[in-house]
Design a protein around this ligand. Structure first.
Ligand SMILES: Nc1nc2c(ncn2[C@@H]2O[C@H](COP(=O)(O)OP(=O)(O)OP(=O)(O)O)[C@@H](O)[C@H]2O)c(=O)[nH]1
Ligand SMILES: [Mg+2]
Length: 1131
């Protein structure tokens, strides 16, 4: 089969119903790239012999070396079925968890997916993840059960056993789909119910009608499941290049057996058998102990082929089989020493995998023009904004999506899911192309002139006199030739050399994109919409019918740019295109200035930005990087910026400490990023720190047992309190701590006193807060707007979510201690949305609640206003929660309750000596009321800003605000921060460690070693189960991130490569040991010795962080100094 010509592909790009945009998804190593090889080989791009070995789409060197895919890459293929021709835009994706963000970028551009499952390993964690991703993006999957050869060669199953095994695998896959479907139906039902409830006025009677018909029973889900008789399953062995669907076998046997192929297609899979006498297909193979049709007609044949070719190497039998199948095998293949070569040669003719897979793809997966309206709405509704709330013009664009039209009038809509860097040399415009006749002639002329010129100069050098004497004519003619040649040279250089040189300096990015509507052309002007672009706002500002060609006022998150290059993505190669019609995957060049990672591109300003990609992995591994030579810092900075753009998941930031930090999803990802930095983006030597492990700081309830598990008696508690009193000394001046942990602190100018107490939040609350940060941010924004006198539109759905969040919080915060707590939440922190809470327990101080967005429809509560400096308290809290006292890591799960806040008025302060002190907060409040009604509070900026806030207030406070301790608001922030820190320290403090979950598959022999490695690294096994139908065990465990580096490697080494774990960030966990613990009881001394530093893991972690941050670390460095001295004296 020849190489498909570019023209043909371009022609096919216009036939939208015959386009399929698909990706290959699977768990790591299940054979995606190998399968892609087979498909690529069917187009003659690589040879069939190399298919499966070359892994053509793994174009990076490290991908080839490690044998795993690290990025998604696309290739356009051509497929002919009968008389229709198809264009298949295929994207191969990585299966390793570290690169799951690459999967998201691939899935977004597709309409369908090939989910590959290893026939031995079955459904693995990433299989579930990719099925979920496909589900969330609303794309339709088909299934390829790969590596069937392993059932024959490795597991040595009989055909009957293999059949049972395959049934189990299908069940597993369908169970995952079923779970996704159920949750969706239930969710939809909940939404419907909510809508009904919301719509029906409450007076309509208390009776609730429960409509069961909206439930699961009614919804038809049969089309969702994978079943060979539905035609959405292929069984394959990509490495041996064969694969089949039931359809193919039905075709083969319908003639042989004289049974209609439709009947065979329904019965080849399932509990059917052949009654040879009656020549009928009957049901109930299992109960009657008969061979199912699938075993008899399909698996038996394959098994006997493997038996003849691989196991017994029976040449005669092979020849017979080949003849009976009507295949042609070359003598060279027949004689080859490796039986696999022969096997491939036979199978690739008999059951070519590309044929099976591609025909399934074309039949079962939708074309771009069949996009469902549900999917369109989901793509267009950003975050909390619902489709119905979009401007009308924007809603009209839905039609363009559905039509997927390539007419001139159709608006261009393109989504860019990632930017990838390409070597400038491999860009088609820089590639060497064969010279045209004209150019050859030009070059010949050029060479001739240069030759003549050289001769002329050598001549004139030989006899300068004659040249001088020769008169002016020769000289001028020589000059002429000279200038001519120079001009020509310059021209030629301009054509070739120069651009190449310049290009080398610049990294080239190509946008990985898909056209959803319209035709993109080279040189076209388009709008680039950032993720936060708001079409409603832009439509109001922009003139009617404007385009990206016009000079327009600047609008947030909107830029105009020109489409410079369009490419057809062909794996390692790119082909230049002039235009790309709707429904195709493509590459766009020249957008690097405008797009960071992903964006929406359109010719219509009404187009909304697409929903952000949902990434499954959280970047967690951070390292600080620096150049080997400090002078190369600018190169590093530039390199990091490029890396940030080129990787969908990597984050690059400069920490407060000034370090350049790289955050990645895992160890393998980290390695790849560093390699990219070194070799591609910065091109300098860099050194990376050890991974920076994040911790959180928290407080807990006083423990009931001591370190040796003895009950902490009453006496000891007293001792602890004593200790606390002693520790009073370590607090700074003006701080009072009572035995219950209440901290009272006065500002340096003695104007304000605050009382703060730290309380641990229940675990569920912390988790809830962590999961709801988006909502909290919305609430925060609402309050901010409210303070500025504006209102923020929040959709009904979001409001419901907030209400739900609030009631959940109320549910968790029960008991006397938490009475009214939810209502009196003052703020969340750090960064105003974190998992810590500031409570307002100040008697008599009422402030607008954080829940005010929920109360908007209700009668406005009588105007409650902010007290002066309310924001300073919040800022102080934000600072305190951002970095805790243990090792300056963020806090988590801590509630700070402000129990008193007393302020003296400035006037009183001025006369403080003469009059008695008057410190009631009510007076302060009244004064504020007046002030705030006159000038709306503007002190809503960040900590730094609040010191200048409220000009009126400064004037009024006059002398007080400019006392010798600096602005008062600043003092209050500092005091609040200090008070929080002291309150925190007054409680038992703990570190929290980030935890990974991992799932390890291992055989029984290596199980012991797996446990060994886990326990050495403080891992905890959650459960262990046997995988059905195999001798594998699945172990689920959690492991601290701090102990995870090198874990995968060690595991592989210790188990000789049999177990390879994948780590995914899961949660934060409190480390139970107290970093400040010193032995106090006799038992503890006995147990741990005087210093007790061997057992204290938390202390080790804490000190390591402190050291890294350059903080003071209390450590005894010289040990047993006397002994050493005595030793040396004795010498
Ligand atoms: N026995 C057998 N091995 C296979 C088959 N297909 C692939 N393999 C092997 O499985 C390994 C992984 O194959 P890849 O194609 O790189 O797997 P992948 O799914 O692309 O892996 P990632 O991209 O890293 O997730 C390779 O060693 C292949 O040779 C198959 O059908 N049978
Ligand atoms: Mg791969």
């Amino acid at each position: 089969m020849g190489h498909t010509s570019l023209e043909k592909l371009i022609r096919l790009q216009r036939k939208t119903p015959n386009i399929r945009n698909i990706c290959i998804l699977a768990h790591v190593d299940h054979g995606k790239t190998t399968l892609a090889d087979c498909l690529v080989a069917s187009n003659g791009i690589i040879s069939t012999r190399l298919a499966g070995k070359m892994r053509y789409l793994d174009s990076r060197e490290d991908e080839q070396i490690r044998g795993i895919t690290m990025k998604s890459s696309a290739i356009s293929l051509h497929y002919t079925a009968g008389d229709s021709e198809y264009l298949i835009n295929l994207i191969d994706s990585p299966g390793h968890v570290d690169f799951s963000s690459e999967v998201s970028t691939a899935v977004r551009l597709c309409d369908g997916a090939i989910v590959v499952v290893d026939a031995v390993e079955g459904v693995c964690p990433q299989t579930q993840a990719v099925l979920r991703q496909a589900w969330l993006e609303n794309i339709r999957p088909v299934l390829v059960v790969n590596k069937i050869d392993r059932l024959i060669v490795e597991l040595k199953l009989s055909p009957q056993e293999a059949y049972t095994h395959l049934q189990k695998i299908l069940e597993q896959v369908n169970a995952v789909t079923g779970a996704l479907f159920t949750s969706k139906v239930l969710e939809e039902r909940a939404v419907k119910e909510a809508e009904v409830e919301g719509g029906v006025p409450e007076t309509s009677g208390g009776e609730q009608v429960y409509d069961w018909s909206a439930g699961l029973e009614e919804t038809d889900d049969s089309h969702l499941y994978f079943s060979p008789d539905q035609g959405n399953v292929v069984f394959a062995s990509a490495i041996d290049s064969w694969g089949f669907s039931i359809h193919q076998f039905a075709q083969i046997y319908c003639q042989k057996m004289g049974i209609r192929s439709e009947v065979l297609q329904k019965t080849l899979w399932g509990d059917f058998y052949l009654n040879a006498k009656a020549k009928k297909i009957m049901k109930g193979a299992q109960s009657k102990g008969k061979k199912p049709l699938f075993v008899q007609l399909v698996l038996d044949n394959i098994w006997s082929l493997y038996d003849a070719v691989v196991t017994r190497r029976d040449k005669e039998k092979v020849e017979k089989m080949v003849a009976s199948l009507g295949l042609k095998v070359t003598a060279r293949d027949l004689r080859h020493s490796d039986p696999k070569v022969l096997l491939s040669a036979i199978c690739s003719q008999w059951l070519p995998v590309s044929q099976a897979v591609l025909s399934m793809v074309c039949e079962m997966l939708p074309s771009p023009s069949e996009m469902s309206s549900e999917r369109v709405e989901r793509l267009m509704s950003v975050g909390t904004r619902r489709f119905d709330s979009l401007p009308e013009k924007t809603q009209q664009l839905k039609q363009a999506f559905l039509e997927c039209a390539s007419e001139e009038t159709a608006p261009v809509i393109v989504f860019v899911s990632k930017m990838f860097a390409v070597d400038p040399k491999s860009l088609p415009q820089n590639k060497q192309r064969p010279l045209t006749q004209e150019e050859i002639a030009q070059r010949r002329e050029l060479a001739r002139q240069r030759h003549a010129e050289r001769q002329a100069t050598s001549q004139s050098a030989e006899n300068p006199e004659s040249a001088n004497a020769g008169g002016t004519q020769t000289a001028t003619s020589a000059n002429n030739t000279n200038t001519d040649t120079e001009a020509l040279c310059a021209q030629r250089e301009a054509l070739t050399v120069k651009p190449a040189e310049e290009e080398e300096e610049k990294e080239h990015f190509v946008a990985f994109a898909r056209v959803y509507s319209g035709v993109v052309r080279r040189g076209q002007r388009v709008f680039v919409l950032g993720p936060k672009y708001d079409p409603a706002l832009a439509l109001r500002t922009l003139p009617e019918g404007c385009s990206a060609d016009d000079a327009l006022p600047s609008i947030a998150h909107l830029a105009c740019c020109t489409v410079e290059h369009l490419y057809l993505l062909m794996g390692r190669e790119l082909e230049e295109l002039e235009e790309v019609p709707a429904g195709n995957v493509l590459g766009i060049g020249g957008m690097e200035e405008f797009i960071l990672k992903s964006a929406t591109v359109s010719t219509s300003p009404a187009c909304p930005p697409f929903t952000p990609l949902n990434f499954e992995a959280t970047p967690i591994v951070r390292v600080a990087v620096e150049p080997k030579h400090p002078s190369e810092m600018p190169k590093l900075v530039r390199g990091m910026r490029l890396l940030n753009q080129a990787d969908p998941c990597a984050e690059v930031l400069i920490q407060e400490t000034g370090e350049h930090v790289l955050v990645t999803a895992g160890e393998v990802h980290l390695q790849r990023c560093l390699d990219d930095l070194r070799e591609r983006f910065a091109k300098i030597e860099i050194s990376a720190s050890k991974p920076i492990i994040p911790f959180r700081e928290t407080v807990i309830r006083p423990p009931k047992v001591d370190m040796v598990n003895e009950d902490l008696g009453r006496q000891q508690k007293v001792a602890v309190i004593h200790q606390a009193k002693e520790e009073q000394a370590k607090y700074s001046e003006g701080v009072q701590v009572d035995s219950s942990g209440l901290v009272n602190l006065t500002t340096p100018n003695k104007m304000a006193t605050i009382g703060v107490r730290a309380v641990p939040l229940p675990e569920e609350v912390t988790r809830l807060l962590e999961g709801s940060s988006e909502l909290i941010r919305t609430m925060e924004q609402f309050s901010l707007f409210a303070r500025e006198g504006k209102t923020l539109e929040i959709s009904q759905k979001t409001l419901e979510e907030i209400q739900d969040f609030k009631s959940k919080l109320e549910g968790h915060l029960q008991g006397r201690k938490w009475r009214n707590a939810v209502e009196s939440i003052w703020a969340f922190g750090p960064r105003r949305c974190g998992p810590n809470v500031l409570l307002n327990s100040v008697e008599g101080y009422q402030r607008p609640s954080v829940w005010q967005c929920l109360e908007r429809e209700k009668e406005k509560p009588e105007a409650v206003t902010l007290r002066d400096f309310d924001n300073s308290i919040v800022s102080g809290f934000q600072l305190a929660t951002l970095s805790g006292p243990m090792c300056e890591e963020p806090l988590m799960g801590v509630c700070f309750s402000v129990e008193s806040w007393e302020m003296k008025l400035a006037s009183q302060f001025a006369q403080q000596d003469s009059t008695e002190e008057e410190t009631t907060s009510h007076q302060g409040l009244e004064a504020n009321n007046k002030k705030t009604s006159a000038a709306p509070a503007s002190e809503v900026s960040e900590p730094g800003g609040s010191s200048e806030a409220g000009g009126g207030q400064n004037r009024r406070k006059g002398d007080a605000a400019t006392d010798c301790y600096g602005p008062f608001s600043g003092q209050l922030i500092a005091a609040m921060k200090e008070a929080c820190r002291c309150a925190f320290q007054a409680k038992p403090q703990r570190l929290m460690a980030a935890m990974y979950t991992c799932e390890i598959m291992a055989t029984a022999e290596v199980l012991g070693r797996v446990y060994g490695v886990l326990s050495k690294r403080e891992g905890r096994v959650l459960n262990e189960e046997m995988k059905e139908g195999t001798d594998m065990f699945i172990i689920r465990a959690v492991l601290p991130v701090a102990e995870s580096f090198g874990f995968a490697d060690e595991m592989r080494k210790r188990t000789s490569g049999l177990a390879s774990p994948q780590l995914v960030f899961s949660h934060w966990e409190v480390i139970s040991s107290d970093p400040f613990w010193v032995p106090t009881t006799e038992e503890e001394y006995l147990h741990f010795g005087e210093k007790a530093d061997s057992a204290n893991q938390a202390l080790k972690y804490m000190n390591a962080v402190r050291k890294r941050k350059g903080l003071y670390v209390e450590e005894k460095i010289v040990e047993h100094a006397e002994k050493q001295r005595t030793l040396s004296k004795n010498k």
